[in-house]
Design a protein around this ligand. Structure first.
Ligand SMILES: C[S@@+](CC[C@H](N)C(=O)[O-])C[C@H]1O[C@@H](n2cnc3c(N)ncnc32)[C@H](O)[C@@H]1O
Length: 372
């Protein structure tokens, strides 16, 4: 079975006629649906709501944008300073999403949504540009093929569909499972490439509780129906962590499986993570205290935080721990006196003596601001 062709056929049908079997009930923020055309709401093949993670001013990329629903929801949240890009490989889905662009531009008050043709496992290749090139320069012999390869390389490096480090938030709704297993690593690496340092991802997808046997992966209906291509639940976390993301979290986890096939539970989850800032790790005298409730915590960079201990951290880690999703778990303490930056970071496990931070600012959050 050619999995990509199965996916193309299934979503061509889905763009033209609502497919009940592809619809997984999702609790969207209803106020964002109010201005959406009915056809977009009906042809919803998502399994979660990554639009909840969008912030004002964000540049958002939606992988496998389908009818454009998440893009048009996100567009309301980014405001007129933000931007939303949807990428999909299916002509009919792109046509459906683009059909409503003038109407949505009018309702939103600006043209802040774009739909691009591409494969999400190769976000450098602009397929519209490639098809134009092929139409004007058909490949008829080996020389033409070599010229095409050179053009493609230049296009991907000089004018990538999505540039390196250009996106504040990558979202996706029930699409990553549709990418061939052999291309899933490349897919995760591509997501990492395009996110800005400090940027975020929110991926709603289907995971399985056990490994999926080959005969289920060979089943066209199950593959294109967002079931047998699912990540195994641990494998998904691990792939994003190994690609370089930190704070990798299952922020949403559906207790009830969406489908059970041969005893394997398939459920909807939303994975969130951050791309670490690329700044150097330099000790300027910051500290963090892990509040608990566990006896210690280890972050994705391997630093250990025993509960209640005032640990030495670099400024970069301070900025990470002082923000979502960590900030409620840590008391982050700025240096009392701005120290000369040391050329190194204190080794993991270094304590910060209280006298070095006495009198300095502690991060204020809901649990630490109460005064007794
Ligand atoms: C299950 S639908 C989800 C659509 C949309 N995200 C939603 O919430 O309704 C999957 C979409 O991803 C697209 N898709 C699947 N594999 C893709 C790939 N490798 N590259 C780009 N788009 C892909 C399909 O064409 C389809 O529009």
């Amino acid at each position: 079975m050619n999995q990509e062709n199965a996916v193309l056929d299934r979503y061509t049908e889905g763009a033209n006629q609502r497919q009940e079997s592809l619809c997984c009930p999702v609790d969207y923020q209803t106020e964002l649906l109010k201005i959406l055309p009915q056809e977009i709401i009906e042809k919803d093949y998502g399994c979660g709501d990554p639009s909840r993670y969008v912030r004002e001013g964000d540049v958002v990329l939606d992988l496998g944008s389908g009818s454009g629903k998440i893009c048009y929801m996100a567009a309301q949240l980014v405001g007129d300073k933000g931007k939303v890009i949807g990428v999909d490989m299916n002509n009919d889905m792109l046509a459906l999403a683009r059909k409503y662009q003038p109407e949505m531009t009018n309702k939103l008050g600006s043209d802040r949504v774009q739909f691009k043709k591409g494969k999400i496992q190769d976000l450098a290749l602009d397929i519209d540009a490639m098809e134009q090139r092929l139409a004007s320069n058909p490949i008829t012999d080996a020389n033409a093929l070599a010229a095409f390869d050179a053009w493609k390389h230049q296009q991907c490096t000089q004018e990538p569909l999505i540039a390196d480090d250009s996106i504040d938030l990558v979202v996706s709704n029930c699409v990553l499972n549709l990418v061939n297993d052999v291309e899933k690593q490349q897919l995760v690496d591509e997501i990492f490439r395009v996110v800005k340092p400090g940027g975020r991802i929110a991926i709603s997808d289907i995971v399985s509780d056990e490994s999926i046997p080959e005969h289920l992966k060979e089943n066209k209906e199950l593959w294109s129906g967002c079931i047998s291509g699912a990540f195994q639940e641990l494998e998904m976390l691990k792939m994003f962590h190994d690609a370089g993301f930190i704070a990798v979290t299952y922020d949403k986890w559906s207790d009830t499986p969406w489908q059970i096939v041969e005893g394997i539970e398939f459920r909807s989850v939303t994975l969130t993570a951050i791309k670490r800032e690329q700044t150097e790790c330099i000790d300027k005298g910051h500290a963090a205290i892990y509040r608990g409730p566990f006896s210690f915590a280890i972050d994705d960079e391997g630093y250990e935080f025993p509960r209640g201990q005032r640990m030495a951290i670099c400024e970069r880690t301070f900025n990470v721990l002082n923000n979502e999703p960590y900030k409620d778990s840590f008391i982050c303490i700025a240096p009392a006196i701005e120290q000369d930056a040391k050329e190194w970071c204190s080794p993991a496990g270094t304590l910060r003596p209280a006298k070095e931070t006495k009198g300095s600012l502690h991060s204020v959050n809901t649990s630490s601001s109460a005064c007794c």
